[in-house]
Write a protein of this length. Sequence first.
Length: 73
Amino acid sequence: MSDEQKQENRQISKVRVEVEHQIGGIKRSQIVVQKFRNWVDHYIDDVMETACGLHNFRLTHRQTKVTNHLLVS
């Protein structure tokens, strides 16, 4: 591979790792991981949106907690 292709591959890998970490964080909500047996229309979308929202909330809360800790110290 050329140096340019290697650099492009590194950039793609950085994005891929971040996306995989986010997916792992979303999977902390076990309803996303386990077999889903509810057949109500669009309910699976609501479950995924809720799991993503909870993950974003956790990230925001963690970031706020760290920022507040740094300000107090």
